[in-house]
Design a protein around this ligand. Sequence first.
Ligand SMILES: C[S@@+](CC[C@H](N)C(=O)[O-])C[C@H]1O[C@@H](n2cnc3c(N)ncnc32)[C@H](O)[C@@H]1O
Length: 249
Amino acid sequence: MSQIDEKLVPHPHLKQFYSKESGREEFVNKIFDDTASKYDPVNNILSLGSGVRYRKQALIRSGLSSGMDVLDIATGTGMVATSELSIVGAKGSVIGLDRSYNMLTEVGGKLNIPLIQGDANVLPFADDSFDFVTMGYALRHVDDLKGTFKEYFRVLKPGGTLLILELMRPTNKVIYQMVKLYFSVMIAIISIPGIGGKNEGKLIQYYWDTIDKFVSSDILIETLSETGFGKVKAHQIVNVFTEFTAVKT
Ligand SMILES: C[S@@+](CC[C@H](N)C(=O)[O-])C[C@H]1O[C@@H](n2cnc3c(N)ncnc32)[C@H](O)[C@@H]1O
């Protein structure tokens, strides 16, 4: 197997969450299925200003416009898809895809868009199908970065844009300590029954651990370029919120 065909995991095996590496996918499916019904309120508490408004600004910044056909991968409860619908309008289209059945049930109760249960790594769409592919706050959870990027490249039309929103491990030591402290406080608050609960607290702990152990921006940029993407850029706000954009040139 050549190096380009080898799997690239977003973070090392996290034994505190799944005892065997083979349990990664099952753990991710279960934690999102278990927390889907409280995802929106928990996200509102945790958001750090990254709500629907921020997602909309990021989409506009990266070039999404009226009439485009969009695939939102790992759509969750539809926070990115909601903004996309308001930008593309009636002449465009938005499809949501997620691996979690319960997340899709949540978004199905809010948005009238086609929803597909599937994996970012194996997309059930023809080559060259979309003007825009998006993924909000889910790249840390995929099984294989290279396989995922290959699929994004394949389903985008030539000239189409990929936008990935992520929380990256701050490189600035002071900001790193501040974000770490913020998450430890949030884990305590969100674990309180009534505000969130045990599963939601575990989810936020998992968020922090995956941010802390996530591959660097440089690796993501390099891997996107190796996949064939051009104009690969990372726009960062407060050394945490990162918008990766890339074009199928
Ligand atoms: C943190 S939520 C993000 C939801 C939404 N994009 C947002 O911005 O709020 C992460 C979502 O990624 C989904 N997910 C994780 N791994 C996935 C994969 N390999 N393929 C598709 N969806 C995945 C989870 O089920 C979950 O709904």
